[in-house]
Design a protein around this ligand. Sequence first.
Ligand code: FES
Length: 217
Amino acid sequence: MARASFDTHSSSSESAAEPDVDAGAEQTRRSVLLGALATTACLGCSTKARAGEDPPGSDERPQKGDLLVFSEGDQEGKLITAADLKAGGPPVHAWPKDPTTSVVRSASRLNEILIIKLDPADLDEKTRARAVDGIIAYSAICSHAGCPVTAWVKSDVGDKEVFKCMCHNSEFDPRAGAQVVFGPAPRRLAALPLALADGSLSVAGNFIGKVGGAQPG
Ligand code: FES
């Protein structure tokens, strides 16, 4: 859009010096404007079409009782059980799934979740109280500018592995409520309470803390 506007002004000033070019410039300006309008209209249509395709509930935040499914990789869409989690990490990336309608709540990127299994002895008191068999879950969206938290790597400031957002290198320690241990993130990742029954994981409550970034991404 900005580019179309620039081109339009440029043509206009050139046409004042060369009348013969004026008709062509006017034609070009009209084409640019019509093209921009058509593009805008199409974008509007496709957004509506996409929104129409999202089933009801797919952009709602995780609800108590939701199941959890893999959000990426070979097993995308498959239910996550305790057996799928390797002790000590790495985390599994997940979406909540409504158990009644089978709708996966993947229409909002703010719903992506990190689930990790750690030694309960390594967790601080608050985190241990929320963990089920050492399994804990957090929002996968960085609290700095809202990038997805994708890495599980050794911390820049310690010898333990941490969640890391590669956008600006913020690090979060899942053993301590995902508090920030490095980088510009202003606050910890939101935590998601879990329940475990017969090896099946489910959501036990709403996110604790704000989900998403403090600044626009
Ligand atoms: S968005 Fe994650 S560190 Fe900036």
